[in-house]
Design a protein around this ligand. Structure first.
Ligand SMILES: [Zn+2]
Length: 82
């Protein structure tokens, strides 16, 4: 596997943060385990982790989307992965 950004092929274990936007709500998911490019720090998630991130986002945002329709401000939520 090569980094898509810099073509480097060495990775280290790390964590990353992903913002997921649904309507006006934004969920920031932190502490997501990822392989991180040793050269440029671009994070890569494996498929199971990416799926789990989506599941977590759906759970956390399902109530928030309905709520945020009734107001103008954007809501930012934070959830730690796992
Ligand atoms: Zn890279």
């Amino acid at each position: 596997m090569k980094c898509l950004v810099c073509k480097h092929n060495r990775f280290k274990k790390g964590t990353t943060v992903l913002p997921i936007e649904r309507g006006k709500a934004i969920l920031l998911i932190t502490e997501i385990p990822a392989r991180v490019c040793a050269n440029c720090d671009e994070p890569y998630l494996d498929e199971a982790t990416a799926q789990a991130v989506q599941t977590l986002a759906n759970e956390r945002l399902s109530g928030e989307i309905r709520f945020s329709k009734t107001r103008e401000e954007r809501a930012v939520l934070v959830a730690a992965f796992g």
